[in-house]
Design a protein around this ligand. Structure first.
Ligand code: OSB
Ligand code: MG
Length: 375
């Protein structure tokens, strides 16, 4: 049983070691929402809001999520009794539309609290079966095909199991081909973040020759129908990211044939309950899933690692080690990748599996709000 009596919300600023460029924008420094959730039983957990600074990935931002968490999500959960963490998502969905990342930040925190309260690792609470997960890397758009191929080769040499290449019109076939020539047998994929239309189908079909695992979200962020048309014209599997915002959208993808793989990001779908539902549905349908990333701090990463330990997460995720993103993460131990390109799922302690460096979080905090059950 869960009954939260306090949520502390804050924003920290964490500079990336290098800018991350995708077709729809570039980020130098992450503005990250962090939550501390306090249960009446005494159990506490941290969680993270993955919304970015600018509404280029989804319509949510750190600023809209801040408002939504304060004004819509928190009043719906504080002081309310939930029999199980899986009940929170439905309650929020029944209450108001959209704001999936704001909802997810609180919903996932409740799963963290429930794991702490039950004295079990988060991965175990949700039914995870893996002790280690395979790690992939997502490379932002680089200056030249040569620069990209060098970065990809270094990543494979480090042990990464998959290299994801960000593409956009003008920086696509030539760039991906350079990587394929440098790495003839590596697991490669491309992610377009909605940069194409059906008019570019011929360019995307040229990628068929490069033996990619999949092409992620080539068309509009909320489209399924055109992706189905494109999938009919491609041999390479389409993987959907932005378009899958709920279990219903995942079902629609299958019904329409709009893609053959799903990138699950719990923040995008509203939390762990819908992530688990999409995972189970895809498993029944023979659709592989993998865990995407939103350049999370070590707190959000803990949730992604737990999720990626579920059985149908059969492809390497964008769950890279702390050092790929930050000079110094905000958790101990930092997330590390072994030379074999895997990351350990923390199974030796209750909850999310990492300690938060409180002094560092305090030093990075730019705003803070405390919300309590009304007296
Ligand atoms: O499309 O998967 C994406 C980062 C920010 C926004 C969208 C995406 C990404 C990534 C980064 O690809 C994955 C990571 O966290 O390493
Ligand atoms: Mg993507």
């Amino acid at each position: 049983m869960i009954r939260l009596d306090q949520i502390i919300l804050r924003e920290i600023r964490l500079p990336l070691r290098e800018p991350f460029r995708i077709s729809s924008g570039v980020v130098h420094e992450r503005r990250i929402g962090l939550l501390e959730l306090y249960d009446a039983s005494g159990a506490v957990s941290w969680s993270e809001c993955v919304a970015g600074e600018w509404p280029n990935y989804s319509s949510e931002t750190i600023d809209t999520a801040w408002l939504a968490i304060e004004a819509y999500v928190t009043p719906r959960v504080l002081g309310v009794r939930f029999d199980a963490p899986g009940d929170v998502h439905a309650a929020l969905e029944a209450d108001f539309r959209g704001h999936q990342m704001a909802k997810a930040a609180v919903e996932m925190g409740v799963w963290g609290v429930a794991a702490t309260q039950a004295g079990v690792p988060l991965a175990r609470l949700i039914g995870g079966v893996r002790e280690r997960i395979a790690v992939g890397i997502s490379l932002g758009i680089q200056a030249s095909p040569k620069a990209l191929a060098d970065r990809a080769s270094a990543a494979i040499a480090e042990g990464y199991h998959k290299v994801k290449i960000k593409i956009e019109p003008g920086r696509d076939v030539e760039f991906v081909r350079a990587v394929r020539e440098a790495l003839p047998s590596a697991e490669l994929m491309a992610d377009a973040n909605n940069a194409y239309t059906l008019d570019n189908a011929a360019t995307l079909a040229e990628l068929d020759a490069l033996n990619l695992m999949m092409i992620e979200q080539p068309l509009a962020h909320d489209d399924l129908v055109r992706h189905a048309e494109l999938q009919r014209r491609l041999r390479t599997a389409i993987c959907l990211d932005e378009s899958i915002t709920s279990l219903a959208r995942a079902q629609d993808m299958v019904t329409l044939g709009a893609g053959r793989i799903i990138n699950i990001k719990p923040g995008r779908v509203g939390g762990f309950a819908p992530s688990l539902a999409i995972h189970d549905y895809c498993e029944q349908q023979g659709i592989p899933v993998w865990c995407g990333g939103m350049l999370e701090s070590g707190i959000g990463r803990a949730y992604n690692v737990a999720l990626a330990s579920l059985p149908n997460f059969t492809l390497p995720g964008d769950v890279s080690p702390s050092r790929r993103y930050w000079e110094q993460d905000i958790v101990t131990p930092e997330w590390a990748m072994a030379p074999d390109g895997t990351m350990g799922v923390p199974l030796d302690r209750p909850g999310i599996g990492v300690e938060v460096d409180m002094a560092r979080v305090d030093a990075l905090t730019v705003r803070r709000a405390v919300m309590r059950v009304p007296a």
